[in-house]
Ligand binder design. Structure first.
Ligand SMILES: CC(C)(COP(=O)(O)OP(=O)(O)OC[C@H]1O[C@@H](n2cnc3c(N)ncnc32)[C@H](O)[C@@H]1OP(=O)(O)O)[C@@H](O)C(=O)NCCC(=O)NCCS
Length: 132
């Protein structure tokens, strides 16, 4: 059975099996930093093992940004990502906006949770770790 928890403690090493297919996945040090810096962490665990997680940052009033949603490859397609999304949308209910950045092939997944496409702008740096 999968157990979900809000603001569970994740050890950086528990994220080693995630970020598959990323062009520049975060190092262990960076994983620790992003976990410490997140305002919301939602975990999905099976017999204690982390099988999915979601992180978000927020100003605590109007705006929330979902920074990561990841489910282990072996556990995808079983409703875990959807459950994580329902928890985050519920957590930030009443906020002016909840935003995230994704690829077009994931759009349908987020649309199922009430997200709409918007015009947006960003700077992305694939060398981000090397510049720290
Ligand atoms: C995207 C992701 C979080 C979805 O989690 P999941 O647990 O596999 O998704 P669910 O089982 O809850 O699927 C819910 C629905 O979304 C659909 N869906 C899941 N992944 C999808 C994808 N990549 N593209 C389109 N639809 C998708 C499922 O088919 C399902 O549809 P249904 O309700 O009609 O059956 C997960 O596949 C994942 O971690 N992928 C790798 C990392 C990633 O891409 N993260 C998102 C970065 S923006």
């Amino acid at each position: 059975m999968i157990k979900y928890k809000i603001n569970d403690n994740i050890k950086p090493g528990e994220l080693d099996c995630f970020f598959r297919g990323w062009k520049s996945p975060p190092s262990l040090k960076m994983k620790g930093k992003l976990l410490n810096g997140s305002d919301l962490i939602v975990t999905a665990r099976e017999d204690g093992m982390l099988v999915g997680f979601l992180t978000a940052i927020s100003d605590g009033a109007m705006h929330a940004f979902i920074s990561l949603v990841e489910v282990l490859e072996t556990h995808q397609g079983k409703g875990i990502g959807s459950h994580l999304m329902r928890r985050v949308v519920d957590y930030f209910k009443g906020y002016y906006d909840i935003v995230l950045i994704t690829d077009p092939d994931k759009a349908l997944f987020y649309k199922k949770h009430g997200f709409h496409e918007v015009y947006s702008m960003y700077i992305r740096d694939f060398e981000y770790e090397r510049r720290k």
